[in-house]
Design a protein around this ligand. Sequence first.
Ligand SMILES: [Zn+2]
Length: 261
Amino acid sequence: MLTSLRDDVLRANLELARRGLALYTFGNASAIARDEGLVVIKPSGVPYATMRAEDLVVTDLDGNVVEGTLHPSSDLPTHLVLYRAFPAIGGVVHTHSHYATVWAQAGREIPCLGTTHADYFHGPVPITLPLAPEEIAARYEENTGHAIVRRFQSLDPMRMPATLVAGHASFCWGKTVGDAVETASILETVARMAYDTALLRPDPAPIAQALLDKHYLRKHGAGAYYGQTTPNGDGSTGRPRGGGEHESAPPPSRAPAPRPR
Ligand SMILES: [Zn+2]
């Protein structure tokens, strides 16, 4: 069931480990098959080094296991809340990557201090409000998802594909789980740059809105022109395909998945 999506999710989870974004069994990636209403997610507590495609767990949007013998990641309820609230997303990634987590622990959003940030995130990366004690006591992981959705009431999750969860770490998402991994990697880089900038110059000013808009919209807006474009016959340009003289990060590697045993 969902063989190719399983491969994508396995590759995404291994990529988190390979990029140093997730240590031990911290971190998890999932993807959704919208037509089937099914989610593929990392199993709970299985080391990345030995994870196989058949270890992944398939659940419905209520968290019922449809296929798999292992328990799904304990963060599954957070992923499910995000899939229900943000219909355009196809993948979710959660990591405790160092610098993004440092900002989350400090209870601070990540200000947009430069164009590296603006190329990927259309504004400061937000942070949720802390959970109330009763939200922690019961249905904690689900309530974490609700805290993110509340924070995004006036934000577009496709223009801001990441958030910090106060006192915890980050969640990222994208059209695909591969996109979500790339965002998690960029988020860590941006968080590190912002941290170092604030060390060198305390309370640095965010870049101007005009510069933020320019960098974000030339790559993601309706008239995006960044990277290699595909002519679509009417003189306008098609969607950007990446590449370019200062593409911020290589695409996630396409290492072959380990052979099923
Ligand atoms: Zn966590």
